[in-house]
Design a protein around this ligand. Structure first.
Ligand code: DGL
Length: 268
């Protein structure tokens, strides 16, 4: 098989929902010269509550099918919950590079003087992979874990134009308030709530996510220069099921430069 890239490289960004748009945005801001496909598995959402074997099967089916069908050059699994278990399987099934996202414990440990709060999905905070990251990169700084699916859904709601309820957000983040000086946004949905999370924690807490590191990784793999001119390239968005509040969500994704969400259904 010929793996050489002859035209504009095509990037497939994948998540269970809109969270991966926070990663897409970072990559696209650095490298607007690329073609982008964004695929979200809303039929399997929320990934943070799926049994591992189901999650692996869904991601494999969707990502491998689209990557082959669309002749994608690089896959970005813009989902911590999936990345912590699915990357080895995908790398075995595909010959193109597969980049994943995992909680930014390493940079957080370099910044923290008091304690780190890892905010992620219920699955991510339990994964052995996450605990290995903590042991390896934050052996001396305490990492407090907070897993919440409701927070993920609040980001989904925000992208559909709904106002974030700060009282509810405060209630969810309560176990970490006054306890930490660095918060890791360990789910790609949470940068979409960054302003509100920052407001709840106040100025004494630094928020860290993995978006920029992923963008740099993509650039390194594809040997890219930062783009200076913004070109109108292919940007398309697909979902595995009809999204709830579809019209409102189409308005939300338009802010990221996408036209209407198209169906990408697997008939298995
Ligand atoms: N955005 C995903 C992540 O980074 C997961 C959200 C979900 O639970 O589906 O973990």
């Amino acid at each position: 098989m010929d793996n050489s890239i002859t035209s504009v490289p095509k990037v497939l960004v994948f998540d269970s929902g809109v969270g991966g748009l926070s990663v897409y945005q970072q990559i696209e801001q650095s490298y607007s010269q690329l073609d982008y496909l964004y695929l979200f598995d809303n039929e399997g959402y929320p990934y943070g509550e799926l049994p591992e074997h189901v999650l692996i099967e869904r991601v494999m089916n969707l990502v491998v099918t689209m990557a082959k069908q669309e002749q994608v050059d690089i896959v970005v699994i813009a989902c911590n919950t999936a990345s912590t278990i699915v990357l080895p399987h995908l790398r075995q099934a595909l010959t193109i590079p597969v980049v994943g996202v995992v909680p930014a414990i390493k940079p957080a440990a370099q910044l923290a003087k008091r304690a780190i709060g890892l905010i992620a999905t219920p699955a991510t905070v339990q994964r052995p992979y996450t605990h290995q990251l903590i042991e390896e990169f934050s052996p001396y700084t305490d990492v407090k874990l907070l897993g919440s699916t409701r927070l993920v859904t609040m980001a989904e709601e925000k992208l559909r134009g709904q106002t974030v309820n700060l009282d509810e957000l405060t209630h969810i983040l309560q176990p970490l308030i006054g306890q930490i000086d660095v918060a890791v946004l360990g789910c790609t949905h949470f940068p979409l709530l960054k302003a509100e999370i920052a407001q709840v924690f106040g100025s004494g807490v630094v928020l860290v996510d993995s978006g920029l590191a992923i963008a740099k990784r993509v650039g390194t793999i594809l040997k890219l220069e930062q783009s200076e001119v913004v070109l109108q390239k292919q940007h398309a968005i697909y979902s595995s099921a009809a999204p709830w509040e579809g019209a409102a969500l189409n308005k939300g994704v338009a802010q990221f430069g996408f036209k209407a969400i198209q169906p990408f259904r697997l008939h298995v």
